[in-house]
Design a protein around this ligand. Structure first.
Ligand SMILES: Cc1cc2nc3c(=O)[nH]c(=O)nc-3n(C[C@H](O)[C@H](O)[C@H](O)COP(=O)(O)OP(=O)(O)OC[C@H]3O[C@@H](n4cnc5c(N)ncnc54)[C@H](O)[C@@H]3O)c2cc1C
Length: 470
């Protein structure tokens, strides 16, 4: 059922309330429905986003410049999946283990996750050498609103109310018993046994920070809520080319795709030996002939014979050539954080967020090391060349091409000094409040986050099912 008026949900009993209808919230509710468990999803946006609704997402960025945070998340049914890129890949095993989780707990949900995202459960990995792997992404076209709206409308178990902004929680003795919701300038309080925040990588922290102010003592005041915020820097690292025939000789049939985009990740050995953050490079599938010509011209100037060789390869269509993009991991840093603004309020009177964010030298060094080592590998095997961008070569700064992944703020872990939720995603020292989404990522890795978010939501639904049936 989809409701416009929150009063229509008043007489019903929901054992679980989910805040937010993005990939996390919808995955959780649809899986609970399969177990015949009733849930109420409270969604701040309407079926489509509007400029005035997005205004509630305005945020000040203090520190290094990043995109306006109104545009990197959508306040609407289906959440930010309304305009995501759809790149999917499971997170690396060693990354999940850093969170203190057993990889199987997450990988058990791969089949289900791929069905939800309408992608093949096949992610090949080919070892290029000790330091690099070729990796495979899948590209999902799923918009959660489009895929699930009818199912939710018809469902006996899923109840979803639109245009209702959760502001904070109330309760006592570590038990949350009500969620406070603003709709049409009126305040409503909804009771339940379990509450799950699925409101995205900034709003999850915001709602908990406001709960700390409105319901003093309900949450442990020392929890690092909002801290260790991270993104995946997505940057232009340089330009390069590689010979398809030569790389075929090395990898034979192991090479994943000779004609599509090329993704290469730094191996665990490279990360450990050089003490860098993880990262991957991406070369486009589209052939940019203008760029080819420029690269060949440059090579003809500095190395005429080599330049001619490249030019010949272009005619033979044996060259993969173009910009080298990178997506990187950032070191969790408690100074990169979300706080509530002391003066400015949104349309419902809730403080807007301030994001304190600084680029780190660790990320820059990781970018440079990965590109340098990739260049060395290309030269050693004579399979291509890499030219690193000057600002990265000189370790000055990097330019974000989009800050689309919002992670941290409610990290997973055992230690409440550096984490907010436990291994089951329950907020430390509460009995019934959970958080699901990339805000729980303890480290960011380099893989795009939504695949892992869906896995976490599926796992959480099994956990809540057990709790409800205790
Ligand atoms: C341009 C762009 C491209 C992207 N591309 C990729 C990609 O290729 N691959 C990938 O893995 N990820 C990508 N992402 C990230 C991806 O969109 C997110 O990881 C994903 O949407 C997160 O899902 P979520 O359910 O946790 O949060 P969201 O999708 O943000 O959903 C949160 C929901 O909660 C609601 N909400 C928020 N606050 C409240 C409140 N107070 N009360 C009630 N409801 C509330 C929101 O309206 C929203 O519906 C991209 C993001 C952007 C912006």
């Amino acid at each position: 059922m989809i409701y416009k008026n929150i009063l229509d949900t008043k007489d019903k009993n929901f054992p679980i309330v989910i805040i937010g209808s993005g990939p996390a919230g919808i995955t959780l509710a649809t899986k609970l429905a399969k177990k015949k468990i009733n849930s109420l999803i409270i969604e701040a946006g309407d079926e489509e986003y509007s400029d005035s609704s997005q205004q509630n997402y305005r945020s000040k960025v203090i520190g290094d410049e990043i995109d306006d945070l109104r545009y990197s998340r959508l306040r609407q049914l289906g959440g930010t999946s309304g305009h995501w890129g759809g790149w999917c890949k499971p997170i690396e095993k060693w990354n999940i283990e850093k969170w203190g989780l057993n990889y199987k707990e997450i990988s058990n949900y791969e089949n289900e996750t791929c069905k939800i995202l309408d992608i093949k459960n096949k992610f090949k990995k080919a070892r290029l050498d000790k330091y690099f792997n070729q990796i495979e992404f899948r590209y999902s076209k799923v918009r959660f609103a489009e895929k699930y709206k009818d199912e939710i409308k018809k469902s006996k178990y899923i109840h979803l109310v639109l245009n209702s902004q959760v502001t904070h929680f109330e309760g006592n003795d570590q038990i949350i018993n009500k969620v406070v919701v603003a709709q049409n300038k009126k305040i409503h309080k909804i009771k339940s046994n379990f509450f799950v925040l699925c409101s995205g990588g900034i709003e999850n922290s915001r709602i908990l920070l406001w709960t700390n102010q409105k319901s003093k003592g309900l949450l442990n005041k020392d929890l690092p809520i909002g801290k260790f915020w991270m993104t995946h820097p997505w940057i232009l690292g340089g330009v390069g080319f590689l010979y398809k025939s030569k790389i075929k000789e090395i990898l034979k049939d192991n090479f994943i795709n000779y004609d599509g985009p090329i993704h290469i990740s730094a191996s665990k050995d490279l990360i450990n030996e050089k003490k860098i953050m993880s990262g991957a490079i991406y070369m486009n599938a589209k052939e940019d002939t203008k760029l080819y010509k420029e690269i060949v011209k440059d090579f003809l100037c500095v190395a005429p014979d080599y330049g001619k060789k490249i030019a010949r390869s272009i005619f033979d269509k044996d060259l993969k050539c173009g910009d080298i993009f990178m997506n990187l991991e950032e070191l969790p840093d408690e100074k990169n954080r979300i706080e509530l603004d002391k003066n400015e309020l949104d349309n419902n009177g809730i403080p807007i967020t301030n994001l304190y964010y600084k680029q780190s030298i660790d990320t820059l060094i990781s970018m440079k090391t990965i590109l340098q080592e990739l260049g060395n590998f290309f030269v050693k095997k004579d399979i291509g060349r890499v030219a690193i961008k000057e600002n990265i070569e000189n370790l000055t700064n990097y330019e974000h091409l989009g800050v689309h992944h919002h992670m941290g703020g409610t990290r997973i872990g055992d230690n409440p000094k550096i984490s907010v939720v436990d291994k089951n995603l329950k907020v430390h020292s509460t009995k019934n409040l959970y958080v699901c989404g990339s805000s729980t990522f303890s480290t960011g890795g380099y893989s795009n986050p939504t695949y892992t978010i869906v896995q976490l939501a599926l796992r959480l639904s099994d956990h809540i099912d057990k709790k409800i049936n205790l």
